[in-house]
Each structure stands twice: as C-alpha cells, then as structure tokens.
Design a protein around this ligand. Structure first.
Ligand SMILES: Nc1ncnc2c1ncn2[C@@H]1O[C@H](COP(=O)(O)OP(=O)(O)O)[C@@H](O)[C@H]1O
Ligand SMILES: [Mg+2]
Length: 389
C-alpha cells in the first residue's frame, strides 16, 4: 500500500509545500528591485523604513517578502551590519499582544505567554535589540486582519519604537502585507510614517508567467521527464483564471500524486484535469472559512438569488441579504456598509462585482459568482451559519 507502484515522479516533494521559498521568484524582479531600493538605507545608513505590499491571493507577496528578507540579511552580513527579520502571520495572530509576543519570542523562545503587558514586552524587545545592536524588520503578513481586529495602535508603537534611541540608530522597520488597501485602516499618525509611494504592488500572473513559475517548480520537485510539456501548459491555463501561483503549484503537486497513485511514472494532462477538479473545491473552501457573520449572510442571499442566472444586480443582492438577515434574526447593515461587504467578498474572489455591460438597462453594478455553483454555496453558508446544528 505504501510502495508507489511504478517510479515516483517526485525527486523532492517538499519544494511544493506552501512555505517553501524558491531561490528566485520568477517574474518578480520589479517588486524585488523596489524593495531593495526602499530598504537599502536601513542596511547602509541605520535608518528605518516602512513599506506596504499589496495584491490578491497567490501573487507571491509572502514568498517575495521572505526571499527579500533572507537576501537582505545576507547583504547586511557582507556589510557587517546586524539586521534580522521576523514574519508574523496576522491571520493566526490578530491581537496586539500575540503579535508582540511572537516578536519577543524571536529573541527569547521561552518567554512566558502571559503575565507581561504590551508595554513591558516592547521594553524587553528594545533591550534585546540594543544589546545586540540589531535592526529588526518586522513583517506583518495579512496585516489587514490585525488592523481590522485591533486597530493600528501597534503599528504606531512599532514605528515610533526608535524615538528614544541612544545613538541615532533606528531599531525597527516595518513591512505590511495585505490583499486590501491598508492605508485606509491606519490612523493619521501612522499614515504619516507610511508614505504613499512606499507601496509595492503585486499583480495577478498572466498565463505565460504562471507557466514559468510552474516550470521552475517542476525542475526543483520532479525527476527529469516526469511531466509532459503539455501538462505544464495546461496547469498554467487552468490556474490563469485566478492568476494564482498557489493554485498552480497545488495542482502540480496533486497531479503528481495522482500519477504516482497510478504508477504512471509521468504527469499527463489527464492527471492535471483530475487534479484541477479536486483543487477547485479546496481553494473555494479556504476562501470561505474566515468569513464574518454578515459576509456569510450576504453570500447566502446572493446564492439564493442567483440560482440559474449569470448575474444579479446589487439591488437584488441587497434585498436577498436583508431576507437572510431576517431569517437569522440579525439587523441588516446599512446600504453603504452592505457595499463594503460586497467589496470585501470581491477582494476575496468569491463574488465579482462589476459595472454591467449590455443586457441591463443603464450602467449598474452587477454581482456574479466566480467559482462555486450557487447551490453548493447556499448549502455551505447554511452549514456555516448553523454551527453544531
Ligand atoms: N513569482 C514566483 N515565483 C515562484 N514561486 C512563486 C511566485 N509567486 C508565488 N509563488 C509561489 O506560489 C505560492 C503562493 O505564493 P504566496 O507568496 O504565498 O502568495 P501570496 O502571499 O501573495 O498569497 C507559494 O508557494 C510561492 O512560493
Ligand atoms: Mg501570503
């Protein structure tokens, strides 16, 4: 049962895992160069810098940030400067204290989980940095999760961290990664330290770029000739709908596993098709787990209203949302807040809200479902809204 029936297609399957960071990010030179330009003064002149990275899911933000940080530390070492970095995933740690705790843990792995206030922890962190004469780049990944839950106070504290420094050396720089525009979520005091020009944007990958990303991964992960060139093209094509490299790599891995299961020795287009069918549902699933109550209610309404139709109007979506709210005994959000919900769901890629073209009188915004059948979405939302039932 454990033995692969034929020869495995993989030489190193680990390079297909989500947290693997490739030696070079394909088609991300522009972003990388901008990061180097922005953070160079940190290494060379003991300054601090704050930068925002934005783009939708799977555009390589996290991987680029990690690669950049590792390369920066290498460069700093050559220049005999002490620079270090820590990445906090704010989806997992979305309170001020858990973020600060992880940063403190970077230097003191056994630091107790409780019993210290944020101010105390920050003081301890400052001592650690001063003692080591170290500059720390704090990367807050999925920063919008933290900002939404805890506000921007912690950003403010970290950007002002160096203010009472002894020797003109700055101690902390920040990098905020987010799918959404985080500027609107910062308070005015923090906004002033994040220049609008310090933004690095990550666009969706067109099919040719996805192809190159997949080709790089096949070389690292698969044995020679373990995949048809046609299969690489097909992976790029099926994932280009999302422009999402994560999806592409997930399909590559799944296709490889299916090929191994059959003992085929080589990944063919049929393995890719089968892998896509499986991955499709899991990607959608992962978008849905973090939804808030009113996002779920809006989706439930939309799913019901859109059955059998290509799109519905926002007016139609809003009434369906109100019906869902009533059913679950929730007070519906006001019109503008409802529009905010639509924008969030659009960002997540669950629905798409766009100006209508032909077929509807006048210019109005219409909502359509991207990659999940209405019936499936409705059932899913009902399940998620009735936990335990
Ligand atoms: N330009 C690229 N070159 C190589 N691999 C990439 C590239 N962009 C993304 N990836 C890979 O795709 C997956 C998703 O990327 P990630 O950085 O997590 O995206 P994001 O943080 O924008 O959602 C990761 O496995 C990452 O290594
Ligand atoms: Mg990410």
């Amino acid at each position: 049962m454990w033995e692969t029936p034929g020869k495995s297609v993989f030489k190193d399957q680990r390079v297909l895992s989500f947290d693997y960071v490739p030696p070079k990010l394909v088609h991300r030179d522009t972003q990388m160069k901008k990061l180097v330009m922005l953070y160079k003064p940190v290494v060379e002149s003991n300054m601090s810098q704050n930068v925002v990275l934005t783009g939708s899911v799977g555009t390589g933000k996290t991987a680029t940030a990690k690669r950049f940080c590792m390369d920066m530390v290498g460069y700093a070492e050559k220049k005999q400067k002490a620079v270090d970095w820590v990445l906090v995933n704010c989806r997992q740690r979305n309170s001020e204290s858990s973020v600060v705790l992880q940063i403190v843990n970077h230097f003191q792995p056994n630091f107790p989980d409780r019993g210290f206030s944020i101010t105390e922890m920050l003081r301890i962190l400052r001592k650690d940095l001063e003692k080591r004469k170290l500059h720390l780049l704090v990367v807050l990944d999925e920063a919008d999760m933290l900002l939404k839950k805890a506000g921007s106070d912690i950003i403010y504290k970290l950007t002002r961290f160096g203010e009472e420094k002894l020797d003109g050396r700055e101690l902390v720089s920040l990098m905020l990664i987010s799918q959404k525009n985080v500027y609107d979520m910062l308070d005015p005091a923090s906004t002033s330290t994040f220049k609008r020009t310090n933004i690095v944007e990550f666009g969706k990958y067109p099919p040719e770029e996805l192809r190159d990303i997949v080709a790089q991964r096949t070389q690292l992960a698969l044995k020679d000739d373990a995949i048809d060139p046609d299969s690489i093209d097909l992976i790029a094509e099926v994932s280009s709908e999302f422009g999402d490299a994560r999806f592409a790599i997930e399909i590559l891995e799944k296709a490889g596993m299916l090929a191994d299961e059959e003992g085929a020795g080589r990944i063919t287009v049929e393995h890719v098709r089968a892998a896509k069918a499986e991955a499709y549902s899991s990607v959608t699933e992962s978008k849905l787990v973090g939804l808030e109550l009113h996002q779920k209610l809006a989706l439930l309404g939309i799913a019901r209203a859109i059955r059998g139709k290509a799109y519905i109007t926002t007016g139609g979506a809003e009434s369906a949302y109100k019906v869902a709210c009533e059913e679950y005994g929730e007070k519906p959000r006001a019109h503008t807040a409802f529009w905010g919900l639509m924008k969030d769901l659009d960002m997540l890629g669950v629905v798409s809200a766009k100006k209508s073209g032909v077929g509807i009188s006048g210019k109005t915004t219409v909502i359509t479902l991207l990659d999940i059948p209405a019936k499936v979405l409705e059932d899913k939302m009902r399940q998620m809204l009735n936990p335990g039932r």
